[in-house]
Design a protein. Sequence first.
Lengths: 484, 95, 488
Amino acid sequence: MSNISEFSLKKIVNGIKRKDFSSEEVTKAFIEKSKNSKELNSYITECFDDALKSAKNFDKKKDNKGLLAGVPLAVKDLFCTKNVKTTAGSKILHNFVPTYESTVTNNLWAQGAFLLGKLNCDEFAMGSSNETSFFGKVSNPYGKELVPGGSSGGSASALAAGLTPATIGTDTGGSIRQPASFTGTVGLKPTYGRCSRWGIVAFASSLDQAGPMTKNVDDCALLLQAMSGYDPKDSTSIDIKVDNYTSKLTEKVKGLKIGIPKEYRVENMPKEIDEIWKKGIDYLKDAGAIIKNISLPHTMYALPAYYIVAPAEASSNLARYDGVKYGHRAKGKNLIEMYENTRSEGFGDEVKRRILIGTYVLSSGYYDAYYLKAQKVRQLIKNDFDKSFADVDAILTPSTPSAAFKMGAKTDDPVSMYLNDIFTVPVNLSGLPAISVPAGYDKNNLPLGLQLIGKAFDEQTILNLSLAIEKRANFKKNFNVWWS
Amino acid sequence: MSIDKDTVKHISKLARISLDEKKVADLSKDLSSIMRFIENLNKLNTDKVNPLTSIINASLKSRNDEVNSGKIRDQILKNSPEKNEEFFVVPKVIE
Amino acid sequence: MSEKKFDYFIKGEKGKWEVIIGLEVHAQVLSESKLFSSSSTKFGAEPNTQVSLVDSAFPGMLPVINQFCVEQSVKTGLGLKAKINLDSVFDRKNYFYADLPQGYQISQYKNPIVGEGEVILDMPYGTKKIGIERLHLEQDAGKSIHDMDPENSYVDLNRSGVALMEIVSKPDLRSPEEVNSYVKKLRSIMRYIKTCDGNMQEGSLRADVNVSVRKVGDKNFGTRCEIKNVNSIKFMEMAINFEAKRQVELLESGKKIDQETRLYDTKKNTTRSMRSKEDAHDYRYFPDPDLLPLKLDKSLIDKLKKELPELPDQKKERFIKEHNLSPYEANILVSEKEISEYYEEVIKESDKKLATNWIIVELFAVLNKKNISISSSPISAKNLSSLIKMISSGKISGKIAKTVFEKMQNGDKDPNQIVEKEGLIQESDPKELEKIILNVLSKNQDKATQYKSGKVKLFGYFVGEIMKASKGKANPKLVNDILKIKLK
């Protein structure tokens, strides 16, 4: 079964259940593919020996009850995994080995899956191209010089290249959806509070959410079901029952109302983005959905508000990286010098920028003008969505303003990099769920995704709508393997 | 609003990150650019708006007053770059 | 009526100055586990053994609030007659220090859980109301130990995350004596409610003292300095004295007071500046995004109100009205919960006035000598009560009671047994007394004659002899009565 690495997650789960193949065979297939794909630089830590052990153990025990029984999964290196190095893509945590397991990964292992490896990401999840990782840039399977998107770039790249059957990432401003769009994969950011944040290296507490990244929508529903749930250890976790997303998954979306926000038609929007958006509208019409024009008037203020709130929270969340308890420590004649050198050596440029902006906007005299103002804008953006959702069931937009760009194309000006998140950020600010599903290609045959935004805790509707698009878009991954 | 070099130095002290002169100059440029972008918010009047206080309309969940953790000194000290059997060890503060 | 007047002023060269003091008291909440984590709060554990992953700020760790700590601070607020805010917010106070693993402290800034209240002090010159500005909940920091290594400090995070109530007073205090009284009153209230054990030696009660001065008659406040690291009431008083004089001297020589944080040096009895102005903290407060706003139900507040025990002020009023005690006596008996409990136990079966006297005078003398608290009293309330009952019934005299009292201290002996064993029962049989009296008189006939002819002072001599003859057991009142008759 040399093609196992091409199989979807569901096909693998069912195949293991039916004994078409063993967990060991599956694991070996992904290990081999991963070993042959080092040029992508998707992995930070490989756990191949332990994965093989787990697979063999599984085959012996034959405990088939879990949703993901016998499946090896690589995960973004932002999830703390017990006894396995967890770096957050940073030098400051380059040698950190947690003695605890994050709730979300624990949920996966409880469903019978086991760890294949830790995947590369932008440092502390700050970035849209996976160019800021201490462990080097990640390449997009669609082209060596192309970025896979970020911050979950290693996850998207590994997934698209078939190095892992599925994976999980985190999304604070688009870090699951944007790389999904750039690599022709499916990525979902759940409603804020749907998945636990306990054990995930924190970036911006009021925005971070873990989510599934998969080859297709069916897999996405399955993985979301496995990872979600209330966690009393996370005070922002919500105690709402997890739907059976898989059994309720259907492409029967007739009669659902889809909002098309006019403000997302931005100035100088590339023609192909507009075209794919139109295609998406057509697909959904064909499926029986009703299209409605809506207005989200404060959309243009979302990015500036995000770049106040996220860095502010990050500047505080990253204060714990001081060389005292774990991670990198530099020399210093006294405590302050040790702190300053440790953090200077340990953090990369983008992280430094965001910590400093965050520190600045919270500093004495500026709190009202920036942070407080941004929180007010956030309320307005949320109100926009709430108003619209009184009339529609979901909102359709492009996922990204372009397809994958070349490495180095946007690293001169931080703001040009930030504009990548223009369609995804409003969703994080309002805490809503959203999914990116591959819908077409740009003129260079690079993948483009469409985004569906849903009501709070209504992941089912956007999964169903994405399935309807997926079936009609017939997206096929079409890259040539340019590595080994 | 531009962020001049002195401001960069001040906030880097607050954030405990040391910077050399070149870095200070680069950051002054980058941060000023970011601030100009952020200041687009000034176009919006938010006088009558209440700030978002929580995404989720739920009440703060609490826990009972029970001891369920601790007694894991080995784990706590395990990752520390400098420690002895009982304590984290850090360079002295200058008062 | 108190005759004493308030008289704490600094007499400078150019006039009289008054001292304005405000206190920020940090009181550790009595609870089993910490405010946002479930590790233990017990004092004195081995370093870093009461530390969880949350306490040491590992990546991905999140706070979950301890409901009991919330209730303890509400109860304290009720004890301070303060407004309970049904909506409050936890904010992050951002700064770097080795004993602050998160790089921020979870505290409350603009929306504390408790608002304005008051504390009433009994001063020699009358009662005084001290306003409470607010009370908020926050995390305690760990401990840095600086003297175990010449180049390094050692960090112990056991205390990191323990719940603290920060009680901020209005700047209503005017003397070290008032500060003394205020701290003791706060401590007493919290010990009554069992929300803080007030143990200053163990650090469960600490205070930062804000001091400024102004010329008497001036309505404006002067620039204040904050004195940190004063861990006993005595040192607080001394620090205030020094600081007030320092400020007056500076101002009178035309200089300005720098608003700064100072440390009190216990050896030199001086305050010194803690850090330069440049290093002033900018705490960058913002609401903690890992926590939702705290919403309290009025029904919870009502429930907690019902659970409050009788507070010192109420108890004092009741003792004065119902027990007929003087304000001075009532004050002492309510000053510590243990004392009031002891007293209330004693008076269950014995006379209130006698009980008051025996506790305040006799028992306290013993406790002070041995330097122990009433909880370690060598005589239990039950046994003291028995002793007093014997006095009231006339079984023993007051004088004999003192002897018995001393003997009781050795192992909290039952006074009834002592009296039986040593035959100390007071002689109150008139017939027996008459015998003794007649005996004494017959042995002192010449003195009796002298008394009858006017030397009345000899009465005392006879009483003394009668007491001697009866080995102190004669009922003094009856002796008096009978002797008078016999000497007619």
